[in-house]
Write a protein that binds this ligand. Structure first.
Ligand code: AMP
Ligand code: GLY
Length: 430
């Protein structure tokens, strides 16, 4: 089978790496890919994965490429092409594609839709309301004593959420988003949620329109600096599993979150094929959903796919075809840890083009994989080309050992200005 993967970050490198191990995969393209993806080879025939210089949001060019090369399945990594309707477009042209259609992708592309859906179907979430004008938004925030999250409705490229602790802060946030349009038109409507206290975890479930299968838990580290300080980022590191939910609590979450979500989709005729990724706060009253994403998390994918024992090509096929109920989804009991190495300055402005050293040394380490995110090739060198550069991932029987190996690998890698958190997975260890 021929596969086309869309995207070029660490998540897509993990998808390509895992697909390359499948005996079904005979050809693999990635648009636009990165230097690490270009170095992958297929287990079946040793063919290289091929990077195609088309951006993940260039739908007309992606369509033309797929019509020409005829992949058996296109796999969409990022949220934006989903929100733009790439799945609807490909299906209209009779091309098989994995991911939610535009209507189903609204769980991520509209915070208002997602919040109201949760309320309609009794999915535990924060107390919240939606607003189109600032005055009533400020009144609602004042009712929460300003302890709230102000969320722009549309896709704001992973930004668009301001967490506030006082009425003055909430007023400023509402002005920024709704009046000054800090996140563009996405801010014409906002959701304001009460501030929830607790530990935040990531859940992922793969869905086929009728069945949803929950993955083990994982946890991202969204702030730039150790101890959850500094700015919000796309994610500075992950690990899986987390020790925070017992098996009983997981089963409960499966029913109260996923079961209700699935029945809601059925009632509203939403045909969701893809990954539902709820961001969940573990509050004193139990797990509550902060937001839904409609795709694999980045860098959650890096830890999930190193633990996945099932064939990824078969899993994605089952999600497209509606046969997940018969699919044997198997996970390694090993723990995995991913430490993101970022460019100095990220998530603010940063330099590019810095040579990355030490990768060949790390490639000799067992149970370790360096997923590339923002990298490019210049001659025979790998250079930095983005904010998040690498996701250094290791797995082992225990979380402590996986963490030690991941950091041993990080210590061998150097590039000018490299910055990473030293406390990934620390919360889960004694
Ligand atoms: P979101 O993109 O909606 O997940 O929000 C980004 C980040 O803001 C989350 O990962 C949380 O850390 C934080 N956040 C969002 N909503 C809330 C909330 N209601 N209470 C506390 N923190 C929140
Ligand atoms: N790990 C955060 C995200 O993928 O949105």
């Amino acid at each position: 089978m021929k596969f086309l993967v869309i995207g070029g970050g660490g998540r897509e490198h993990a998808l390509v790496w895992k697909l390359a191990q499948s005996s079904h995969v005979t050809q693999l393209w990635c648009a636009p890919g990165n230097a690490g993806i270009a170095a992958e080879r297929l287990a079946r025939n040793d063919a290289p994965a091929e990077c195609v210089p088309i951006g993940a949001e260039d739908l007309p060019k992606l369509l033309a490429f797929a019509q020409d090369r005829k992949p058996d399945l296109t796999v969409v990594g990022p949220d934006n092409p989903l929100a733009l309707g790439i799945v609807d477009l490909f299906q209209k042209h009779r091309l098989r594609i994995w991911g939610p259609n535009r209507q189903a992708a609204r769980f991520e592309s509209s915070k208002v839709f997602a919040q109201q859906f949760m309320e309609r179907h009794g999915i535990p979430t924060a107390k919240a309301a939606a607003f189109t004008e600032p005055k009533s938004a400020k009144e609602f925030a004042a009712g929460l004593e300003g302890r709230c999250a102000v969320k722009a409705d549309g896709l704001a490229l992973g930004k668009g959420v301001l967490v506030c602790q006082s009425t003055a802060e909430a007023d400023r946030a509402i002005e920024e988003v709704m009046v000054k349009k800090a996140f563009g038109e996405a801010g014409s409507r906002v959701v304001i949620q009460e501030f929830l206290e607790g530990l935040e975890i990531s859940l992922h479930a793969i869905c086929d329109g009728k069945t949803a299968k929950l993955f083990p838990t994982s946890q991202d580290h969204k702030r730039a600096l150790d101890g959850d300080q500094g700015s919000n980022t796309g994610g500075m590191g992950t690990y899986s599993p987390t020790p925070f939910l017992t098996e009983g609590q997981m089963a409960e979450a499966e029913e109260s979150l996923l079961g209700r979500w699935l029945r809601g989709c059925e009632a509203e005729r939403i045909d969701f094929h893809g990954i539902l990724y709820p961001g969940v706060m573990l509050t004193k009253q139990g797990p509550k959903v902060l937001e839904f994403n409609a795709r694999f998390g980045d860098p959650e994918t890096q830890v999930y796919l190193t633990r996945l024992e099932s064939d990824l090509a078969e899993l994605l096929e089952a999600s497209v075809d509606g046969s997940l109920d018969r699919f044997d989804l198997r996970w390694s009991p090993a723990a995995a840890v991913c430490v993101v190495m970022a460019s100095g300055g990220y998530p603010g402005s940063y330099a590019k083009g810095k040579p990355v050293l030490g990768l060949s040394e790390v490639s000799k380490m067992s149970n370790t994989k360096v997923f590339h995110a923002g990298t490019a090739r210049a001659g025979d060198q790998v250079i930095t080309a983005g904010g998040r550069v690498l996701g250094v991932t290791a797995w082992s029987a225990t979380l402590g050992a996986a963490r030690a190996t991941a950091y041993a690998a990080v210590e061998k890698i150097r590039f000018d200005g490299a910055h990473f958190r030293r406390d990934i997975a620390a919360k889960a260890l004694p």
